[in-house]
Design a protein around this ligand. Structure first.
Ligand SMILES: Cc1cc2nc3c(=O)[nH]c(=O)nc-3n(C[C@H](O)[C@H](O)[C@H](O)COP(=O)(O)O)c2cc1C
Length: 191
């Protein structure tokens, strides 16, 4: 089987439009029913929905934002207006603990060192931050019961803002994390 991977020269938001085009191309003729996207503000999730509208209306888009308190105590980084706007388009925004840091980060923040889950995260970052995010949000959404663990989904992540990485993944729950399979990388930054 021959497949192509798109490599962006650098990571970051500037790759978002091209990434969405590549995602659309990959979806053509596919059986993918779910797209998981990390969009802290909701902006990139809206962009994705705009691009898919009319052509891929049967695909369920799930958005993941940072957990409450990620940057500031008691604060969720997505506005209620953005959540509502997405909801009107049928896009749920999931807010919950990050699967690849979780309580582990609380332990290393307090006592120093590193926890196994943070090593898993850093290993995924060898590919790109975005690929780590694809893996992480697929676990989070699977654990929320929002995506299945026995079928391939498309996941999208990026470097802090926007999107620069996408992959076809069979998700796994947290309890069976090593059952996760990354079947294809659609795009990622080279640097
Ligand atoms: C759960 C979660 C974890 C994330 N982890 C990282 C990360 O480790 N490194 C990184 O560069 N960006 C990370 N991000 C940012 C996303 O990859 C993406 O660039 C961002 O959510 C896009 O948001 P925007 O639509 O507001 O621009 C994370 C986002 C979420 C929701």
């Amino acid at each position: 089987m021959e497949k192509s991977i798109n490599y962006f020269e650098n990571p970051g938001k500037e790759n978002t439009d091209e990434l969405i085009k590549l995602v659309k191309k990959r979806l053509l003729g596919s059986n993918i029913k779910y797209i998981a996207i990390a969009s802290v503000s909701g902006e990139t999730a809206l962009k994705l929905d705009d691009a898919l509208k009319g052509e891929f209306d049967d695909i369920v888009i799930l958005n993941v934002t940072h957990h409450a308190g990620f940057r500031e105590k008691n604060k969720i980084e997505i506005s209620s207006e953005a959540i509502e706007k997405l909801e009107k388009r049928g896009i749920i925004t999931f807010v919950g603990s990050h699967a690849l840091s979780g309580v582990g980060r609380g332990i290393s923040n307090k006592f120093g060192g590193v926890t196994p889950v943070e090593i898993i995260a850093e290993t995924f970052r060898i590919f790109s931050h975005g690929i780590k995010v694809c893996a992480e949000i697929s676990i989070m959404l699977a654990d929320a019961g929002l995506i299945p663990v026995d079928e391939e989904i498309l996941a999208i992540g990026g470097r802090a803002t926007g999107s620069d990485s996408a992959a076809i993944i069979t998700p796994a729950n947290m309890t069976n994390v090593f059952d996760m399979r990354i079947h294809e990388i659609i795009a990622m930054p080279r640097e």
